[in-house]
Structure formats: C-alpha cells, structure tokens
Ligand binder design. Structure first.
Ligand code: OSB
Ligand code: MG
Length: 377
C-alpha cells in the first residue's frame, strides 16, 4: 500500500474489477420464499492510486426477495454503472451517488458501486468507514436470524444461540408455520427477545392470524405483507398491537417517509445493500430518528466484505435494536476476508483500520471466483 497521505481528493477511479463469487453455506437457509444452499454474489473492487475499495451485491440469483438478480446487476454494473464512473474523479461519495441518481430502481446494483466508493474514500482519508459515516463505538449489539426448520430443531437452535449471548432471536415464519412455532418457543424461552420475519408470506386476509401473534410479546413482526405494499401494512398496523417492521418495502428514503407518515412501520430494518448505499441508508436512519422510530441493521447472508459494511453502518446512533450482523461462521466455513467476523457475548466488534477494515483472502477468493472482469477508463 502506498502512503495514504499522498492520496488527493477528488478521488479518481482508475480501474475496477468485478467478480462473481460462490460460497457454500454451512447449512441450508430457508425463508418463506425458498431455500438457499449457497451464496452467489458480485464482488466489486474499485481502484484509485494504490488503494482499493470493496463491496458485495446483496441481490439473489432469482428475483425472490426483491426484483433484482445477480445476472441483471452484473450486467448493469458492467455495461452502465461502471462506465459512467471509470476515469472520473469524485470529491465525496455523494457526488458519485448523484451520477447514478437518474436511473430507476436497481438499488442493490447501485449500492454495490456506491458502497465500494465509500470504502475507497474512507481509506483515502485514512479513517474507518464508521467515522466518515458519523458512527462511533467499538462493537454493536447483534441478534440472529433462524431459518425455517422443524419446531424441535428450532428449539435447539434458539437454545444454542441464547447460550452464545445473541441479544435477539428472529424466527423466520410463513403461513402454516407460525403460531405453533411461537407457542413452543415462548413456552421454553419466556424471557427471550423474540421477533418474527414472514418475508411477505401473508395478506390482509390473514389479519386474525397475525393478530394472534400479539400474545407472544414479540418486539416486532417483520415484513408480513407484500414486498411493495406500504398501504396494506398501515392497515395491518392499525389492527395489531405488535409493531410492524418493514424490510423489503423500504428501498428508498421516499419509501421510508411514506411508511412513517402512514404509520405502516414502527421499526425499520435498514439494509445498506438493498437501499442504494450508505448515503441512502443514513438518510433513512436520520428520518426514522426524527420520527422516533428505531432501526436495526438487516443482513443478506453477506460474506466478509458486506458484513463489514453492515457492522460499520450499525454504529450510527439510531441503530438501537440488535442487527442481523451475526458471526460469519454461522454461514461459511471459510470467508473471503483474512479477518474473522465473530460475535462475542452478543456483540460484534467493528473491524479496525481505514475503510471497512478488512482485507481479502486472495487465495481463497480465487478458488471461490466464478468469473472476473477488469475495467479501465
Ligand atoms: O428478510 O432479512 C431477511 C436472509 C436472506 C434474505 C432475506 C433475509 C435474510 C435474513 C438473514 O433474515 C439475515 C442474515 O443473517 O444475514
Ligand atoms: Mg427480513
């Protein structure tokens, strides 16, 4: 690495590398929309001088969480987004985000580029990403997200994660796998900090069933209704006592504003990789704070690069609920970074050093790489 003090702003993007990476999951992860057995994601490397900035895309191969796909994002990055910024110099990540602003949708693809630039920019300033974002603290509170499994297996999993110190247990539910699960878990863990995530499994016709969840003292019910339906969530919130938390519905700060004004969400799950990047994630965070609505940092089974971005973002002050930034070893036997991102006693340490504070394990990354493209201005 060259002496970072020689780096000058604005920061010129001298080159980029876009990889498609595949990592096997330790065990299958099932949510209402399907089962994941491996994690396939775009990894973007931006270069400036001798510095590199990194980000992962959080889209899935199929459009089953949101409408973006890995193939679509790879193509958009390669043919539209990267050519727009290569060889150009930006004084701040916001100026890069402005170049991308005219495009419709594709917030995950845009986030990949924007997040890599934030990492690069923070490294050019020789500051941790958390500091340039306005966050602070050495560690963040974390919870776990437990995939759909038979009830007995879930009870074992809750026990083991409570024992490990995780500060919130999120149970994935779907229609037909909900009330009996909650009865069993609540009976065995009367004091656990519990939430559920339905990943859009219900409709307003299920209101009576969802209202029964009020009995289980859940901190919130995450994304019960359709991925693009803020309006129906407002109706549901007026009919249930448990706070509704929106995930899929919040892809922009405008979605957050509408949800907050309509009382469709009393908690918001912020995923930086879903919402267009750190600037938008921070704007959603600030808006929620103004509405006295707490936020927490969601996850998309990220490998080390995406996980590190999430941890840095989680140090902003309104991230008052435990995030889904649990230990990487829950998902991967080996990660693509050299550092281990492991929680201890329900706290995840913030990686230290400039930018996201983690470095690529080049050898393992090369074995996990499915394709690799280089870009020059
Ligand atoms: O809805 O939060 C979600 C994983 C994949 C897709 C959607 C979601 C999730 C998780 C896992 O809940 C969170 C994590 O541990 O990364
Ligand atoms: Mg969710």
């Amino acid at each position: 690495m060259p002496d970072s003090t020689s780096t000058r702003l604005p920061l010129r993007i001298d080159g980029a590398e876009l990889r498609l990476v595949r990592l096997p999951l330790v065990s299958p992860f099932t949510i209402a929309t399907g089962t994941m057995t491996e994690k396939i994601f775009p990894l973007l490397i931006l270069r400036s001088g001798g510095l590199e900035g990194y980000a992962e895309g959080v889209m899935d191969t199929l459009p089953d969480y949101l409408e973006e796909t890995v193939a679509g994002a790879m193509d958009l990055l390669a043919t539209v987004l990267l050519p727009q910024v290569l060889g150009k110099a930006f004084p701040h990540p916001l100026s890069l985000a402005r170049v991308l602003a005219p495009w419709r949708g594709n917030f995950m693809a845009r986030a990949t580029l924007e997040m890599a630039f934030w990492d690069l920019w923070a490294k050019a300033l020789d500051m941790p990403l958390q500091t340039v974002l306005g966050g602070e603290g050495e560690a963040v509170d974390v919870g776990v997200s437990l995939g759909i499994a038979p009830i007995a297996a879930t009870l074992d999993s809750v026990a083991s994660h409570v024992l490990q110190g995780y500060r919130r247990i999120k149970l994935k539910v779907k229609r037909g796998h909900d009330i009996a699960l909650l009865e069993a878990v609540r009976q065995e863990f009367p004091d656990a900090h519990l939430t559920v995530d339905a990943n859009c499994s219900y409709t307003l016709a299920d209101t009576d069933l969802i209202r029964r969840m009020d009995e289980f003292d859940l901190d919130y019910i995450e994304q019960p209704l359709a991925w693009d339906d803020i309006h129906d969530h407002a109706t549901l919130q007026s009919r249930v006592r448990t706070p509704i938390c929106l995930d899929e519905c919040i892809r922009t700060v405008e979605h957050a504003r509408k949800a907050l004004q309509a009382d469709a969400a009393r908690v918001i799950n912020i995923k930086v990789g879903r919402a267009g990047g750190h600037a938008a994630a921070r704007a959603i965070h600030d808006l929620c704070e103004a509405f006295c609505v707490p936020v927490w940092c969601g996850g998309m089974l990220e490998a080390g690069i995406g996980r590190a971005h999430n941890i840095h973002l989680s140090t902003l002050p309104n991230f008052t609920k435990p995030g889904d930034t649990s230990s990487a070893s829950r998902y991967f036997t080996r990660d693509i970074i050299e550092q281990k991102l492991e929680a201890r006693d329900g706290r995840m340490p913030v990686p230290e050093g400039p930018g996201i504070g983690v470095t690529l394990d080049q050898h393992y990354l090369s074995t996990a790489t499915l394709s690799r493209q280089e870009f020059r201005p």
